[in-house]
Ligand binder design. Structure first.
Ligand code: KG4
Ligand code: ZN
Length: 337
């Protein structure tokens, strides 16, 4: 079964062709990062218009790089939510038109479910079977920080979530505080890799007895620390790179510590047979390394290009948990997994 996936829930225009929910023939992602960089974040109106400009080319490229044409495709899948309304409408409308014109079934996919099922996609290095269930999966992105038990594709139990900022959002906000370029996540990870860990520790919000997360206190702690440093130097000039590196390291360590301990705890408490970290923040090597040190069951992370928003995970989700949509079906910006 060949599925063409389309993803436009935020600032990536993405299309992909996936066979049997496992084999990625193409995975095209047109990032709008350079466009949103000057605003320091995603502007929904700007993102919507950019999707309109790109989507046709992105879909054509996904088909041609896969060595397919639309007549080889068995179904079209698009993200119906959660996400930004304007961007979602561009992708779903394009997918509806394509399915109508090519007489193909259309699948409505939940973006979070796409992230959860992204580890069902095979990476070149391992051709082994899909994950053993139940699996505990941590979705960490710019918009979400949620912990699920997956009993089956389509059978999800939410165990915890952030009570304030998403982990990726915290990376982005702290990146901005430290004067790092947008988006904060990858740039902060790069800065932290230059650190000389010196015992400087930032707080952790444990929210004991729950699988919930909180990152706003940590962000405030960084903000206070940066203000104190500015006072000491009697200057608002950019912080020296060494200081930025050390604060980045301490921040990343605090986030990684909480995320991986809660994932490990949930894995043990549920007797899960596998664990996963998915979503944009799952690209973080420091977090991956700490998780694989702490977790005793097999740990899955998305392959290259499959952590951040992409359409291969949307096609995979449509295969493993099919949901046929009508042409009149609405988007749902607030959809939950
Ligand atoms: O999944 P994603 O592409 O979009 C959402 O659905 O939100 O996640 C984007 C988020 C951003 O906040 C970005 O800063 C973060 O993932 N991110 C990272 C890394 N790469 C991306 N955070 C930490 N370390 C990284 N290497
Ligand atoms: Zn996402």
């Amino acid at each position: 079964v060949i599925i063409l996936g389309i993803e436009t829930s935020c600032d990536e225009t993405a299309a992909a062709v996936v066979v049997d929910g496992r084999y990625v023939l193409s995975n095209i992602i047109a990032s709008q990062i350079p466009i949103h960089e000057r605003f320091g974040g995603v502007v929904p109106e700007v993102a919507s218009r950019q999707h309109v400009l790109s989507i046709d080319k992105v879909v054509s490229r996904a088909l041609s790089e896969a060595g397919t044409t639309i007549s080889d495709v068995d179904a079209v899948a698009a993200t119906f939510g959660p996400g930004l309304s304007g961007p979602l409408l561009v992708g779903t409308s394009f997918a509806k038109a394509l399915s109508l014109a090519s007489d193909l079934p259309l699948h409505a996919v939940n973006h979070i479910e796409g992230h959860l099922l992204s580890v069902w996609l095979s990476t070149d290095s391992e051709s082994s079977a899909p994950p053993e269930l139940p699996m505990v999966s941590l979705v960490v992105s710019g918009g979400h920080t949620e912990l699920f038990t997956i009993h089956a594709p389509g059978g999800y139990e939410r165990m915890g979530r952030t009570v304030d900022d998403a982990a990726g959002e915290a990376f982005d906000k702290v990146g901005r505080l430290l004067g790092l370029p947008y988006p904060g996540g990858p740039n902060l990870e790069r800065a932290a890799s230059e650190a000389h860990p010196n015992g400087f520790i930032l707080p952790r919000a444990w929210l004991p007895g729950t699988y919930d997360f909180s990152f706003s206190g940590l962000k405030t702690a960084v903000s206070r620390h940066v203000a104190r440093l500015a006072d000491e130097r009697a200057s608002n000039a950019p912080l020296p790179p060494r200081v930025v590196a050390d604060v980045s390291y301490a921040f990343q360590e605090s986030v990684a510590d909480v995320l991986t301990r809660k994932l490990e705890q949930a894995t043990r408490d549920t007797g899960a047979r596998s664990a996963a970290i998915v979503g944009g923040v799952a690209a973080n090597e420091f977090i991956r390394a700490m998780a694989s040190e702490r977790i005793s069951v097999r740990l899955f992370t998305p392959g290259p290009g499959l952590s951040s928003d992409n359409a291969a995970m949307i096609a995979a989700a449509a295969y493993w948990h099919p949901r046929i949509a009508e042409l009149s079906d609405d988007i749902n910006p607030n959809l939950r997994a």
